[in-house]
Design a protein around this ligand. Structure first.
Ligand code: ADP
Ligand code: MG
Length: 617
């Protein structure tokens, strides 16, 4: 195993190849690489100046896609077709985001609480993965233009708290953009690498990374030893960032000019105020006062005023910092270095508060917008083998997973995971009373299992009869240091268990492994399309099944017309079900779901009423 992973690295990464580092941010994204001549990391800059690509995607009515700063004006003029903050939706279900729905100016599909979210623009449906891939593609093309060279391999950063689903979604977005994602690394790890912390194998340090971005705040406590970055704790606030400082300025201007906050419901007024407030905030990071006008409104503010109206925001971040230290069981004095990340850490009062709290100067020499991307570029350079003295851990060269509904590959251990490693995921049954479940284990990067390599298959038997969806079947993969994979399936309610051992690399030559990887990149776009269609079809047939069941059980609750109308919606969905147009399937699904939503409430009320009736008072 160890031998194979190293061979792969040497076989697929040629000396002249560029491996880029990408910071895929909520507000801004960047791409960086290590300059071969200077040996230093650099961000790719448009026209030699601006390295930030706003994480915005606009779809014009003709279906053209506009990404980055050119999409900015559409935030005001065409909000329903302009997607921002897509990172907040990565790997999330509607249930996860519904409390913040008003935050998004575009349509998030809300029919099924547990499914991954989709975004609707006109009659098209996009997953956060697809939207992120458009941002990644823009970064890739930007870099290729500046470097006059193809960029195919990347390292992408994610917040330290991202779970498996969010990391996998980020990987998929890369794949869809035609990139091979060599590693997903934590943003705080990248930031410390950018400062050279952790590059020396013998270094032992405990650091805090304070990251205040546009709309999110993260604090991470890391322990670094033997070239390994261990996350001791993370904390933060996913709805606190530079934007809140802008809002505080807008509020104070409205107050000063005795303008009612209601005027902010005029989108273009509020957007104009917000942009001017951001300008004032940035200006105040280096000057003592800002003077401006909007129409007849006086938009002045001094740094002192700014500090007094934003003090509570900084206090809020410090509460998170204290919690993170508590979780790591550390005192502020145990922190050796404090690294500042994110554009909003340029605010002098933020810096002062953090530095006072830890009792030492903070690391702020590097551009805080760029520091994560720069660190990702360093990690990329290490993977390219250019930094010989850094330890690389053994990794698994191909992803390991199982077959799920629709013959799709569900990855449990992604390729390039450090070994030994283990991971588990829960599944359930799709048919009432199902007593057996076939578990087929595959290896490879393709989305449809038949394109991957089958390693083993076994059947979990003896699942007690339960309605579909109720059994909890945990599939765990344990890959030991010798590369032996143990797969175990356990029904958690009853405890029935079955397991098997396989040797994933057995019989595969390095050349074959490499071919499998190359195939996955060449077919990435087709694969994602096929997967999207298969997923839509599976979802549609499940919804149709429940609709049938609903009609069987609750016919008394519906009028003749309603029944007929529901049937015709179902028919419309059935008609497109076997086609290859995922958007059309989603559209019909959406229509059926919206039509039947009120019936579900009715059924619930009826159930409650009948339960009450039976009660003796
Ligand atoms: P994210 O990580 O969320 O993508 P960034 O790290 O790019 O975000 O931070 C963006 C935020 O930083 C915005 O709120 C922006 O106004 C703020 N910002 C950028 N430059 C400055 C500055 N000089 N002073 C104060 N805030 C700044
Ligand atoms: Mg960031």
């Amino acid at each position: 195993m160890a031998k194979i992973s190293i061979n792969i690295k040497e076989a697929t990464i040629e000396k002249s190849e560029i491996i880029a580092g990408i910071d895929l941010g909520t507000t801004n994204s960047l791409i960086a690489f290590v300059n071969k001549e200077s040996g230093h990391p650099e961000c790719i800059k448009e026209d030699g100046v601006n390295s930030l690509v706003p994480s915005l995607v606009h779809f014009d009515p003709e279906g053209n896609v506009i990404v980055g700063s050119r999409a900015r004006t559409y935030l005001v003029s065409d909000p329903s077709r302009t997607i921002y903050s897509v990172k907040r939706l990565m790997g999330k279900s509607y249930k996860d985001v519904r409390d913040h729905e008003s935050y998004f100016g575009y349509k998030i599909i809300d029919e099924d609480d547990d499914k991954l979210v989709k975004i609707r623009v006109d009659n098209k449906f996009y997953t956060p993965i697809e939207l992120s891939s458009l941002i990644l593609l823009e970064l890739k093309q930007r870099a290729e233009k500046v470097l006059s060279n193809e960029v195919k391999k990347v390292v992408i950063t994610v917040p330290a708290y991202f779970n498996d689903a969010q990391r996998q979604a980020t990987r998929d977005a890369g794949k869809l953009a035609g990139l091979e994602v060599l590693r997903i690394i934590n943003e705080p790890t990248a930031a410390s690498l950018a400062y050279g912390i952790g590059l020396d194998k013998n270094e032992k340090k405990t650091i805090a990374v304070y990251d205040l971005g546009g709309g999110t705040f993260d604090i991470s406590i890391l322990r670094i030893h033997d070239g390994i970055f261990e996350v001791l704790s993370t904390n933060g606030d996913t709805y606190l960032g530079g934007d809140d400082f802008d809002r505080a300025i807008v509020d104070s201007w409205l107050q000063k000019n005795q303008v009612s906050p209601e005027r902010l419901s005029d989108k273009s007024f509020s957007q104009a105020m917000r942009l001017q407030a951001e300008e004032a905030k940035v200006y105040l990071s280096v000057h003592d006062s800002y003077e401006g006008k909007h129409d007849t409104l006086n938009c002045n503010i001094t740094r002192t005023e700014f500090e007094s109206i934003t003090h509570h925001l900084i206090d809020k971040t410090m509460v998170c910092v204290k919690k993170a230290l508590k979780d790591a069981k550390l005192d502020a004095s145990a922190i050796d270095s404090v690294v500042m990340v994110g554009g909003a850490t340029r605010i002098p009062s933020v810096k002062k508060m953090v530095s006072d709290f830890f009792g030492k100067p903070v690391y702020d020499k590097l551009n805080p917008d760029e520091v994560v991307a720069l660190g990702a570029a360093i990690q990329a350079d290490v993977l390219a083998g250019n930094q010989k003295d850094i330890l690389l851990l053994d990794v698994t060269p191909l992803s390991l997973g199982i077959e799920t509904v629709g013959e799709l590959m569900d990855v449990i251990i992604p390729r390039n995971s450090k070994i030994p490693t283990s991971a588990a995921r829960q599944y359930t049954t799709s048919v009432d009373g199902q007593s057996k479940l076939k578990i087929a284990v595959y290896q490879g990067e393709r989305d449809v299992v038949k394109d991957n390599r089958k390693l083993a298959e076994f059947i979990l038997t003896g699942i007690p009869a339960m309605p579909a969806g109720l059994p909890k079947i945990e599939i765990s993969f344990i890959l030991n240091a010798d590369g032996i994979l143990k797969v175990r399936a356990k029904e958690l309610r009853s405890g029935v268990v079955q397991s098997i051992e396989v040797k994933p690399q057995y019989g595969l030559t390095d050349v074959e492994v490499e071919k499998m990887l190359l195939d996955s990149i060449t077919h990435a776009r087709d694969d994602m399309q096929i997967r999207a269609v298969l997923e839509a079809q599976t979802e549609a047939s499940q919804v149709l099944q429940s609709a049938e069941k609903f009609l069987r059980l609750n016919s008394a609750l519906l009028s003749e017309e309603e029944m007929a109308s529901m049937r015709s919606h179902m028919k419309a969905l059935e008609q497109v079900l076997t086609g290859n147009d995922k958007d059309l399937i989603h559209l019909r699904l959406d229509e059926l779901n919206s039509y039947t939503a009120p019936f579900a409430h009715r059924a619930m009320d009826a159930a409650i009423a009948s339960a009450m009736k039976g009660k003796k008072v």
